[in-house]
Design a protein around this ligand. Structure first.
Ligand code: ATP
Length: 357
């Protein structure tokens, strides 16, 4: 088991990067607690794989330390780090049987034969591979091969951490739910640190206790799914998480309220004035906007209404600025003169994309 600390970690793929070069990872400091189930979430190219590979040893970082239980491992090999990694695409030996593939990491470590047999059978059961143990990997479907890869990642019970890099990409959609639930169960039973890279918010939010959101080489928020939903630390988190994402509106700050296109939106409390050149925005999730009476809120023009089963998404605009509101099924949407009001407790103020406390 490992507690993993990143100390001033930064990485550029260039051999002699300068401060103005492209950095795949910008300087970061953070801790992955022992036994945590983490998701590393962010758009393509934000640095997720680079970070995972720096932790596993496939990438030697340009700067900084990676501490496993206090010991710097930044320059030692993947094998010596005692971690398992599962990649996006299957890594299996075609000429071996399913059982031999699963046993391989244990044979490598000199584990006793009876213990290997027991562990292989447990993992095979977990991944529904029990009936296929004697089959050669060659000729199996991509789904099956990826299940073997997952099994090889899970088979050792002595690893400090298991790192998953988009492991369910090639898995059939209906199997994904099942496997994700299995991984979560394995985590809960084993207490091993797991880091799961994905760009899919549903995958991240259902797997992880804590989600680490990355953007452009930097970690912009670490939080529980609820924290990311209720108080996004960065406008990107608000926009990226949630469906539809948080509304982000340009605003002028005026103490206990803001003005958006000349319309007043109340805040939960007063805010100190910000420096002149800060870009001020507010963020409010569609869930926290409701239809207002004639005397409250702000006017909007409705572009369209989408039925999403549990509710309707009203796509509208406040003087040309797009806003979405989630309106429950039982509330009638007027044909004109529509106004919305925001719950002040859920209106967040952002300066240059970062939340203002
Ligand atoms: P994806 O979800 O598409 O895999 P990612 O979030 O995992 O993306 P990385 O693959 O870590 O992002 O890439 C981060 C940045 O580093 C990108 O700008 C990418 O082009 C660059 N990069 C990644 N690998 C290399 C490499 N081997 N050599 C040079 N640049 C690289």
């Amino acid at each position: 088991m490992s507690r993993i600390e990143l100390v001033d970690l930064a990485h550029s793929y260039l051999t002699k990067p300068s401060p103005t070069s492209h950095w795949a990872l910008k300087t970061m400091n953070m801790t992955w607690e022992q036994g945590g189930a983490y998701a590393l979430l962010g758009p393509s190219g934000c640095g997720k794989t680079t970070l995972l590979n720096a932790i596993s040893g496939l990438v030697i970082p340009s700067h900084g330390k990676i501490l496993f239980d206090g010991t710097d491992v930044a320059k030692i090999s993947t094998e010596q780090r005692n971690i398992a990694q599962v990649f996006q695409f299957p890594v299996v030996y075609d000429t071996m049987t399913v059982a031999e593939n699963l046993a391989f990491p244990l044979i490598n470590r000199g584990v006793r034969g009876d213990l290997i047999a027991q562990r292989v059978s447990e993992v095979a059961k977990m991944l529904d591979l029990g009936r296929d143990l004697a089959r050669k990997a060659r000729g199996l479907t991509a789904d099956m091969k990826q299940k073997i890869s997952l099994g090889r990642g899970l088979v050792r019970s002595d690893v400090g951490a298991i790192l998953f890099d988009e492991p369910l990409t090639v898995i059939d959609p209906h199997l994904k739910w099942h496997l994700r639930a299995q991984l979560k169960r394995v985590h809960d039973e084993s207490d091993v640190t797991m880091i799961y890279v994905t760009h899919d918010q549903t995958e991240a939010l259902t797997f992880a206790d804590k989600v680490v959101v990355m953007l452009d080489g930097a970690v912009v928020q670490i939080g529980t799914p609820q924290q990311l939903f209720e108080k996004p630390a960065h406008t990107f988190v608000g926009y990226f998480i949630g469906s539809p994402g948080m509304n982000v509106l340009p605003a002028d700050l005026a103490g206990d309220h803001v003005m958006v296109r000349g319309h007043r939106i109340d805040l939960a409390h007063g805010y100190a004035p910000r420096p002149m050149n800060d870009k001020i925005e507010i963020g409010v999730r569609p869930e926290f906007l409701r239809l207002a009476s004639r005397h409250e809120g702000f006017p909007v023009t409705v572009a369209r209404v989408e039925d999403v089963g549990r509710a309707r998404i009203m796509r509208c605009a406040i003087d040309g600025v797009a806003v979405s509101a989630l309106i429950s099924e039982d509330v009638a949407i007027p044909s004109d003169g529509v106004r919305l009001v925001a719950d002040p407790a859920h209106v967040h103020v952002y300066a240059d994309s970062h939340v203002v406390d």
